[in-house]
Ligand binder design. Structure first.
Ligand SMILES: Nc1ncnc2c1ncn2[C@@H]1O[C@H](COP(=O)(O)OP(=O)(O)OP(=O)(O)O)[C@@H](O)[C@H]1O
Length: 529
């Protein structure tokens, strides 16, 4: 039995052994922590002194886990864009360098989620699991890694797919005054990607919370959230968050593209983005240029949209199609931001307020819209039909104005106008109701064969509906050929035209025929005009 003195000695020995071990294992590492101090705070920005080593775009950490981006690197001061509420910050607060740039979580876990540009959930669900992260600012893929745009991206909108087709990897601008249906076109395109193996990212930039909630509800209701990520920076968020939102959303989309997937991204809208950047630049005392925008406003949008592309086979064949939205004022597409964006993108879909007022929805002005690369990717079956249609519609638009003055028109002109009016009526489409390729083909072929011409204008909606429904009778083998992009043979066209002819039988024959069951036939209404 040991004495108390011996027990004490043993206890000391044990304790010292532990200490000795810890001392041997200890390898001191010196970490540098550069700290500075906030000298001034304003809406969305702060000025910081004492961080001479900070780099451009470096993430700085403020008290309360608020981050900021080093933006203006002056000799003795840094202008910082705050990514949180400036009201929580005061002059004198400590700022730390992080040595890293802003990044965002990416991956399949984001599908179905609504997040802010910092990756924080806004849908009340669990925080995102830790995983792969990508910087929000990344260089665009080099030219040699890119492949031509060759695969169509169906929007489900007849007027777009037929006359302004979009290809996977294209950047197509949606431009128009406020409340002309810009968002609806983008949302319809997302809804149409269901079952098409295209993932979608919807980036709401500076929108009202109610508008974003409506979009998310529509996506959810139509089962589109399962393949969509929604990134939101609302109008009352700090301008810094609004500014980084499209870059963060693009990194999320790029991750999918680099994994070989086809991705569609919608920026709704870049006018708000430009305004947020102008606000930050003016507060940071950067020299203002045209319309008070800073000199690099073109660059901030071009470096964003250059990231959309179709990657070549060595890079996995993924694609990123961008639909940026721009709001114009009083239809002025020659304003600074719209012209910039028009020159950066590969075409534009122009929405006309006058068509919207006339109830021609979607209110797309075909004459002012163009798709510079998408027509290369358009399916052969469409191409065979839409050439005539474009021409007929352009002739109609030209002659329409004469007809308005009540000019007496010769028979040929009257026929062109009548046909054009029916094309316009057929291209109308309610929102949230994308039309499948076979139904589009049936309607377009019926149009180009002038099967709708005997239909009174007032009954065009029913007639179009009848052909739409009848498209279900197109044989499956023929529908499969639409997908493969094969050219339609004469026999194929005859099959479809016959189906459309039967659907329109009650209108195509004389006034005496019976109407389509459940619908007002020609006998019910006299001349539609
Ligand atoms: N094809 C359509 N059929 C019927 N209604 C439509 C159609 N397209 C848009 N609308 C309606 O027009 C209104 C404006 O649409 P939307 O919000 O898409 O326009 P916007 O130009 O994006 O508006 P904002 O300028 O507010 O962003 C909405 O009430 C929408 O329901």
């Amino acid at each position: 039995m040991s004495t108390p003195a011996e027990s004490l000695h043993d206890a000391f020995e044990d304790a010292f052994a532990g200490l000795r071990q810890a001392r041997q294992a200890f390898t001191p590492t010196l970490g540098m922590r550069e700290t500075g101090v906030v000298t001034q705070v304003a809406t969305g920005i702060a000025h910081v002194r004492g961080l001479p080593g900070a780099g451009y775009d470096e993430l700085l950490l403020f008290p309360g886990d608020m981050f900021g981006l080093a933006f203006n690197l002056d000799e003795d001061e840094i202008g910082v864009v705050l990514l949180g509420d400036h009201a929580r910050l005061q002059a004198g607060a400590e700022v730390r360098r992080t040595g890293r740039v802003m990044d965002i979580a990416v991956g399949d876990g984001l599908l179905g989620r609504v997040i802010d540009p910092l990756g924080r959930p806004l849908d009340g669900r669990a925080p995102l699991a830790a995983g792969k992260r990508l910087p929000i600012e990344r260089p665009a893929p080099p030219i040699m890694d890119r492949a031509p745009v060759s695969v169509p991206l169906q929007s489900g909108l007849k007027v777009v797919d037929a006359l302004i087709p979009i290809g996977r990897g294209q950047r197509e601008l949606i431009v128009g005054d406020r409340q002309t249906g810009k968002t609806s076109i983008a949302i319809d395109t997302i809804l149409n990607q269901r079952g098409e193996n295209v993932l979608c990212v919807y980036c709401a930039i500076g929108q009202r919370a109610a508008a974003v909630a409506r979009v998310v509800a529509n996506l959810r209701e139509h089962g589109a959230m399962e393949y969509t990520v929604v990134v939101v920076a609302e109008g009352d968020d700090p301008p810094g968050l609004v500014y980084i939102a499209p870059y963060a959303a693009t990194s999320i989309a790029e991750h999918f593209m680099e994994a070989g997937r086809d991705v569609l991204i919608v920026y709704d809208d870049l006018t708000q983005h430009a305004r947020a950047y102008r606000e930050l630049s003016l507060l940071l005392r950067r020299p203002p240029g045209r319309e008070a925008f800073p000199g690099d406003i073109f660059y901030i949008h071009s470096r964003l949209l250059e990231r959309a592309t179709h990657l070549g086979a060595e890079r996995g064949h993924g694609s990123l199609t961008a639909l940026p939205i721009i709001e114009t004022e009083a239809q002025d597409i020659s304003a600074y931001i719209p012209t910039n964006l028009i020159s950066i993108t590969d075409g534009q879909i122009y929405l006309s307020p006058s068509l919207f007022e006339l109830g021609v929805l979607p209110a797309i002005d075909v004459g002012k819209s163009v798709s510079r690369v998408g027509s290369e990717a358009q399916r052969a079956s469409y191409r065979a039909v839409t050439g005539d249609l474009k021409l007929a519609y352009a002739q109609f638009e030209e002659l329409e104005n004469f007809a308005r003055f009540g000019t007496r028109l010769d028979e040929d002109t009257r026929r062109i106008i009548d046909h054009g009016e029916r094309i316009r009526a057929c291209l109308k489409q309610p929102e949230l109701a994308p039309v499948s390729v076979p139904a589009q083909m049936a309607i377009l072929l019926a149009l180009s064969h002038k099967l709708f011409d005997p239909v009174p204008l007032a009954q065009m909606a029913q007639a179009e509906r009848a052909v739409h429904m009848a498209a279900a009778n197109i044989p499956a083998s023929l529908c499969a050929r639409f997908e493969t992009g094969d050219k339609l043979t004469e026999a194929d066209r005859d099959v479809i035209i016959e189906i459309a002819r039967q659907a329109l039988a009650s209108w195509c024959s004389t006034e005496k025929t019976t109407p389509v069951p459940g619908e007002a036939g020609p006998a019910a209404t006299a001349a539609g005009r």
